[in-house]
Design a binder for this molecule. Structure first.
Ligand code: GDD
Ligand code: MN
Length: 363
């Protein structure tokens, strides 16, 4: 088929993880939907074990409009989208999923809206259509409730009023992402929300309805970790970016460690307090490490031998953090004998130390 006249007008960034079977159908549909538009597709694959990138690169070798970035040792939808957007070159950038849940037929309409200049961002919304159709794409009651909740939270945290602020299907003028590229979180799913929340001035947005279809093949990668990442992103926005999503998550994991500590301490008390305290501290440190590795640092998750050496370093730095905690609390208490204030100050210094040092030395 004849290529549309250059210059390039539209870059479509598609994050992929284990979507091998969806790629051929996706590209065939884009080809049809985008007739007459000068487009490029950038697939950003996080080294999928099913070899998605191999399929994508085979297509890219035949079709110069298609390219594939294979990222190794990293995971995350948001980071993949940002990287693809920065590698692209058209004045308009679209983001969509690879599993055919997003309706490619909406792309030309989004482009028309943006070309007309009345908006900088065009968003595909699942919630601008009859409820029955929304239900089709969101498998399971829990997922539907979760989606509504995520939407509601997103609306509260954003100053722009949208029906679907966590949509994964949107198109924007390049400047919108370029001006905030350095600020975006690489963890998690909610890249549209983050792009909008980071803007110095709320951009003009238009929402267009579409039907969120069931995925063609494979399974969803949205799990509890992704939910936790979203909640910490919202919390970071509510703190006006004083705390990063990672710092918030690290703090929450630390709080879960306190709970683990207390439960284990109680369970081992019959072996004597000092022994029980040692077991409790070690268990809490281990669970903190594992949860942080799986969620807080999911995009750089360690496995195998690196998991073990990381653990040893984590224990080392957190032990130093404990020493700093005790030292600061004791020194403060000498000057100002308010036990809870000294205790809290020590804990805050210890937590800040642990977060800073482990983020540099461990992950
Ligand atoms: N590169 C990369 N790395 N891609 C990923 C990763 C990752 O870690 N995780 C998911 N993806 C890709 C998938 O391969 C798919 O193309 C797209 O991102 C969406 O992932 P799904 O796993 O299909 O997500 P979903 O359908 O459950 O969630 C959709 O709806 C959410 C709102 O309910 C997505 O559109 C989300 O962006 C959206 O927020
Ligand atoms: Mn999907």
């Amino acid at each position: 088929m004849a290529a549309a006249a250059y210059p390039l007008e539209l870059s479509i960034v598609i994050p992929t993880y284990e979507e091998r079977e969806n790629i051929p159908e996706l590209l065939a549909r884009l080809e049809t939907a985008l007739a007459g538009i000068a487009w490029e597709v950038i697939l950003v694959d996080d080294d999928s074990p099913d070899g998605t990138w191999q399929v994508a690169k085979a297509v890219a070798a035949r079709d110069p409009r298609v390219s594939c970035i294979r990222r190794v040792g990293r995971r995350g939808l948001a980071g993949a989208v940002v990287e693809g957007a920065l590698a692209s070159s058209a004045p308009f950038i679209a983001v969509m999923d690879a599993d055919l849940q997003h309706d490619e037929a909406l792309l030309p309409e989004m482009l028309r809206v943006l070309r007309a200049g009345s908006a900088e961002v065009a968003i595909g919304s699942r919630y601008l259509q009859p409820e029955a159709r929304v239900v089709a794409g969101l498998a399971g009651a829990r997922r539907r409730l979760g989606s509504r909740l995520a939407n509601w939270l997103g609306r509260k945290a954003l100053s722009i009023s949208l029906t679907d602020p966590v949509s994964g299907f949107f198109m924007m003028r390049r400047e919108v992402v370029d001006r905030v590229a350095g600020k975006l979180a690489v963890n998690g799913f909610k890249v549209l929300f983050d792009i909008l929340a980071c803007q110095p001035q709320p951009p003009r947005c238009v929402e267009l309805p579409y039907e969120f279809r069931p995925r063609l093949a494979g399974r969803s990668k949205l799990d509890h970790g992704v939910v936790a990442q979203y909640l910490s992103l919202i919390a970071a926005k509510l703190s006006r970016d004083m705390l990063s999503p990672r710092a918030i998550m690290f703090g929450l994991v630390g709080a879960s460690g306190v709970a683990v500590h207390i439960v284990v301490l109680r369970a081992f008390l019959r072996f004597g307090f000092a022994d029980a305290q040692a077991v409790a501290a070690l268990t809490a440190m281990t669970s903190n490490y594992l949860i942080n590795n799986a969620v807080t640092y999911r995009s750089r998750r360690k496995r195998g031998l690196a998991l073990v050496t990381g653990y040893l370093k984590f224990c080392l730095f957190c032990s130093a953090g404990l020493a700093a905690n005790i030292g600061v609390a004791a020194a403060l208490h000498d000057h100002l004998p308010i036990w809870w204030l000294a205790g809290l100050a020590g804990a805050a210094v210890g937590a800040a130390w642990n977060f800073t040092t482990t983020s540099i030395a461990v992950w």
